[in-house]
Design a binder for this molecule. Structure first.
Ligand code: CP
Ligand code: NVA
Length: 314
């Protein structure tokens, strides 16, 4: 039996995170914890299977954790570097998908626009996994909530503050906060709020889980009493030309000692990395004992192994 299956059939692809209901997310965390504790039991889970990593943007964590994860599960991977020429330039995305499905058992893609993932998924019969898009970063958010669960022993009612840009990371944290019953407070400057459709979907799911997702303007309002404080870069990959303007707009959203001191006494700091010390976070916070950034990075490996095991064995 598929470890993540519940009464609702599991979707083939992981494009947004919205494919999974709360109990499927819960089952994924249980499987990830089991795979982390007993990796030897899963050494042939992907035996004979080949995965493609198709990346339009640079990566350290996502690339390495997927390559190591596939190898740990007995499969192999091929990295296709599309950082110099985007998909659809040399040949249509549709043709890429229709070729790849003949040779490999899954596609892990990091893309500039979400629609590229959807086009890959529509045209390939094998699972497509979002390794980051402009809209979502589900693998990172799943690793983050697994890390918080390990740290706090449970997620329901946990107070998570997100400070900064309402970007892909923020969207994925909202999506999975809704599914895990987390109380998430998001503070962004005007015009940088998370997308309305992401908020609306999260609110729908929250009715079932009693999660609370709230938007604020002042970072202090989000951080007050929080058990976990999360931030991400102010200019994401692809937004480099806006970096200077964003530095001005986000200046008051830095997670520093003063802001962090408003959080709960046992609060932890999270960041998906790469981080810009001195911009969105100060070294005093990110390099302190309260920072769990490397636990998050480690859990990318375990949670993605669980995702692969689930999607490729169902
Ligand atoms: N956090 C994350 O996805 O890191 P990379 O961009 O290095 O993959
Ligand atoms: N928001 C960042 C996340 C990097 C992992 C970006 O898209 O560049």
């Amino acid at each position: 039996m598929n470890a993540v299956s519940t009464s609702v059939e599991l979707k083939r692809d992981l494009l947004t995170g919205m494919e999974w209901n709360p109990s499927q997310v819960r089952a994924l965390f249980s499987l990830a914890a089991e795979m982390k504790a007993r990796p030897e039991q899963f050494r042939s889970s992907l035996a004979g299977r080949v995965l493609i990593l198709l990346f339009e943007k640079p990566s350290l964590r996502t690339r390495v954790t997927f390559e190591v994860g596939v190898a740990n599960l007995g499969g192999s991977s091929i990295f296709l570097d599309h950082t110099a020429s985007r998909l659809n330039e040399r040949e249509p995305t549709r043709d890429i998908a229709k070729n790849l499905e003949r040779w490999v058992q899954g596609i892990i893609a990091r893309v500039f626009v979400q629609e590229t993932l959807e086009e890959l998924a529509q045209n390939a019969s094998v699972p497509v996994i979002n390794a980051l898009s402009d809209r979502f970063h589900p693998c990172q958010a799943l690793a983050d909530f697994l890390t918080l669960e390990e740290r706090f022993g449970g997620l329901r009612g946990l107070k998570l503050a997100y400070v900064g840009d309402g970007n892909n990371m923020c969207h994925s944290l909202i999506t999975f906060a809704a599914r895990t019953g987390v109380n998430m407070r998001v503070a962004t400057p005007a015009g940088y709020e998370p997308a309305d459709d992401v908020m609306a979907e999260a609110k729908r799911v929250s009715r079932e889980t009693r999660a609370k997702i709230e938007l604020f303007r002042a970072p202090e309002d989000a951080v007050a009493g929080a058990q976990a404080v999360y931030t991400d870069v102010w200019a994401s990959m692809g937004q480099e030309s806006e970096a200077a303007e964003r530095e001005r707009i986000f200046a008051g959203y830095q997670v520093n000692e003063e802001l962090f001191s408003l959080a709960a006494r046992d609060a932890v700091f999270l960041h998906c990395l790469p981080a810009h010390r001195g911009l969105e976070v100060t070294p005093e916070v990110i390099d302190s004992a309260r920072s769990i950034i490397y636990d998050q990075a480690e859990n990318r490996l375990h949670v993605q192994k669980a995702i692969l095991h689930t999607l490729l064995n169902s």
